[in-house]
Design a protein around this ligand. Structure first.
Ligand code: ADP
Ligand code: MG
Length: 251
């Protein structure tokens, strides 16, 4: 004969209340000690279930994002960055730009913190309830080219399309073939209007044409990305593109 506790645990598990099942005894014990009412006991059990589910979801999303390193925004030292003020960084941290469908382009030579800032914002976005995917441009091109034959690549592309924020790191050190640029354009086109993108690059958009190989495709990609976009040049000089809306209001 199962005890009442065991029976309750079994029932909780059968309706997928796994966190409640495993914490039931502890919460019962605590509730008895504190002489909580039935309502308060039930409330604390449900709160525990909901909180644990949220934590688990964040852990899963953190894994699925495939960040190359765990670098938080708190660890990002703004003092060095002439082109990004504390006020602007705070605006980025508020994440309203994701809600508004803005993209970010982070520019600068190697080592200035482009990847760190992108990952930091990505981690923060996951903690704020968003779905985030990190990929290098190299890997992205690989996924796009092999999605017809590789299930893993297909799954990755699916996750990218399903994300609220896609970070594309290191666009791009090598020139692309026209076919690759086309696949990239198709992806950007699908993301356009529903997903925010962070692109990091050591070259500004004016040089992307050369790398993407085809002027028409480059223009089409830039139209989509730059339309609602903030360009942050981490090596200091402020960078301005014409005809685009800005996240940062005038100070
Ligand atoms: P990039 O992507 O521009 O080449 P990274 O983001 O990889 O540069 O930065 C190189 C290293 O320097 C990383 O370990 C990163 O954490 C550190 N770093 C760069 N800028 C900053 C900063 N402003 N505050 C704290 N660490 C930084
Ligand atoms: Mg980098």
């Amino acid at each position: 004969m199962a005890t009442t506790i065991e029976s309750i645990k079994n029932m909780l598990n059968s309706i997928k209340m796994y966190h409640s099942a495993s914490a039931l005894e502890d919460i019962l014990k605590l509730s008895t000690e504190k002489a909580l009412s039935y309502e308060k006991f039930l409330e604390s059990l449900l709160k525990h279930e909901i909180k644990s589910r949220e934590q688990k979801k964040i852990e899963q999303r953190m894994k699925q994002a495939l960040f190359p390193e765990y670098k938080t925004i708190d660890e990002f030292d703004i003092a060095e960055q002439q082109s990004l003020s504390r006020r602007q960084l705070n605006q980025l941290i508020e994440l309203t730009w994701i809600e508004q469908g803005f993209n970010l382009i982070l520019l600068g030579p190697p080592g200035v913190g482009k990847t760190h800032l992108a990952v930091g914002l990505g981690i923060h976005a996951i903690h704020s309830g968003y779905k985030v995917v990190f990929t290098t441009m190299n890997d992205l091109v690989h996924y796009l080219k092999t999605q017809e034959i590789l299930r893993s690549a297909r799954a990755r592309i699916k996750r990218i399309l399903d994300a609220d924020l896609v970070i594309i790191d290191d666009l791009m050190f090598m020139a692309m073939e026209k076919h690759e640029a086309n696949l990239f354009f198709q992806l950007i086109n699908k993301l356009y209007g529903q997903t925010s993108i962070i692109i990091t690059s050591n070259k500004g958009p004016e040089d992307w044409g050369e790398l993407l190989g085809d002027p028409a495709i480059t223009t089409a990609i830039l139209d989509r990305i730059v339309h609602k976009c903030e360009v942050i040049n981490l090596c200091g000089d402020s960078y301005r593109l014409k005809y685009r809306a800005s996240i940062f209001g005038k100070s």
